[in-house]
Design a protein around this ligand. Structure first.
Ligand SMILES: [Zn+2]
Length: 477
């Protein structure tokens, strides 16, 4: 059999759907090798809390980027991208099939897609217009105008772009006016052109077959709940205690002790059982009944966190990964997303393994692939629900975050701070950002800020309002 020229098979999905098992089966039948794409499984040890496949389960199939980073180190997505591309290259050289598997979707995405060479048209560094931004003289020429006046001016000359900005977003409104002033061409036209260029650009690195293993939420949640008990039985507390010890070493990477967002500290269970493990330590004077209470609470918290994580994974696949795959339609290098239904584990062999093998074999043979929606009812339903790539800046919706915005009375310098997010993606990322979570925790609810809904917001002119640096996190997985 001849491998599709430099092809890649990728497998994603939540925990508890059998991704590793499918990867191993495919590798055995198709002469493949597995590359791990789970951000926690790259670390050495801690097989239970990171849910690592065991040596016996590998059935002799080579696994790469699995358990090779010291637990005190922080491994980044950039390092992963570099290492995974190197491994794929080596596997191709051996004339074998690389199979990328894991639940960290931004890892998978970083390998499948090259970052777009056309700059983000929404950014002020936007090269498409050929205009140097931050030309203070233009800004100075409009310094006497209120936000509302500037916005009205933009609306009269470039109504499409005006629709994209809130009047209080003075910097963006000024920028759009400046583009027209300097180039004699509407900013919305420049944006449309650069989006067109981006649509034509090839960003997929390899012809890719992507499997999304999916289980219905109620069934999956039950399965995830049961796993917590299994993990405790297999010795999870021993690993968590060891991890706490490892990470308390001063040589371990930085970050305060309550920062759970880097490296192995992100492992679900570490934060959830922190109080219990401290109470249960031999030198602790905590009563037995209190220990039991903390343990029970930890179990409930861990179940909640696991479900939430699964939900975020599915959102990412549905809103980012699959639409990104679809954007390759009509290009010379294509990504082919398929859904396999892992809801009923009793049907795993027929629904996941056999169907997966059938499709993968066609892909490897460069044969005609089946219709993705025809694979199962679940596949048809999920693929129909996937949003089209909502990346056009001209279709952005603005969102206001009342949690992070501050009224003039609340800020030290007496200048109101408004947090606006452009588009659903930016808004969703913001909702998961550290800044937003911090504000939820630390800001008093019912503060003096009052959000004005819908069109009302547009008329609230606050000339001295300063823009918020929303400091978006690129990785909300
Ligand atoms: Zn916020």
């Amino acid at each position: 059999m001849e491998l599709v020229r430099k092809g890649l098979i990728a497998i994603t999905g939540t925990t508890g759907v059998g991704k590793s098992q499918l990867a191993i089966e495919l590798a055995r039948k198709l002469n493949g090798e597995v590359i791990n794409a789970d951000a926690l499984q790259v670390y050495k040890g801690y097989g239970i809390i990171t849910n690592k496949v065991t040596a016996e389960e590998m059935l002799g199939v080579p696994h790469h980027l699995l358990g090779f980073v010291d637990s005190s180190k922080e491994y980044t997505v950039q390092e992963f991208e570099r290492d995974a591309l190197q491994k794929i290259h080596e596997i191709h050289e051996r004339n074998r099939v690389p199979i990328l598997v894991g639940g960290t979707n931004y890892y998978i995405q970083s390998v499948m897609f090259q970052k777009s060479l056309v700059r983000d048209p929404g950014s002020p560094q936007d090269g498409s217009t050929g205009v140097q931004p931050n030309d203070r003289s233009f800004e100075q020429s409009r310094v006497d105008k209120s936000n509302q006046q500037l916005w009205e001016e933009l609306k009269s000359v470039d109504p499409i772009m005006a629709e994209n900005w809130h009047p209080n977003n003075r910097r963006k409104v000024l920028r759009s006016l400046e583009v027209l002033h300097t180039t004699g061409r509407k900013h919305s036209e420049w944006v449309a052109d650069s989006e067109e260029a981006r649509r034509k650009e090839e960003t997929l690195r390899f012809p890719t077959l992507l499997f999304w293993l999916y289980a219905d939420t109620p069934v999956l949640n039950q399965r995830l709940d049961n796993r917590v008990g299994d993990m405790i039985e297999r010795g999870m507390f021993g690993e968590l205690g060891q991890l706490a010890k490892d990470l308390s070493d001063p040589r371990a990477f930085g970050g305060s002790s309550d920062d759970f967002t880097t490296g192995l500290k992100q492992a679900i269970g570490f934060r959830e059982f922190e109080a219990y493990l401290k109470a249960a330590a031999t030198d602790s004077k905590t009563s037995e009944s209190e220990c039991e209470r903390l343990k029970a609470k930890g179990i409930e918290d861990m179940k909640t966190s696991t479900r939430r994580y699964a939900k975020r994974q599915i959102t990412w696949i549905r809103n980012k990964l699959i639409p990104e795959c679809r954007s390759t339609l009509g290009k010379s290098t294509r990504a082919h997303p398929f859904v396999l239904d892992a809801t009923d584990l009793g049907q795993w062999k027929s629904e996941v393994m056999n169907k997966g093998l059938f499709i993968a074999q066609k892909f490897v043979d460069s044969a005609q692939l089946p219709e993705a929606a025809a694979v199962s009812d679940t596949a048809a339903k999920l693929l129909a629900e996937v949003k089209e790539k909502p990346n056009s800046i001209l279709a952005w919706k603005r969102h206001f975050c009342s949690v992070c915005s501050k009224s003039a009375e609340e800020t030290p310098d007496g200048v109101a701070l408004e947090v606006w997010l452009n588009g659903d993606d930016e808004y969703n990322q913001h909702m998961h950002s550290r800044q937003h979570k911090h504000n939820i925790k630390h800001r008093k609810r019912g503060s003096s800020w009052h959000k004005k809904d819908g069109d009302d917001a547009r008329s609230c002119d606050a000339p001295s309002s300063k823009r918020a640096n929303t400091n978006l996190e690129s990785t909300c997985d």
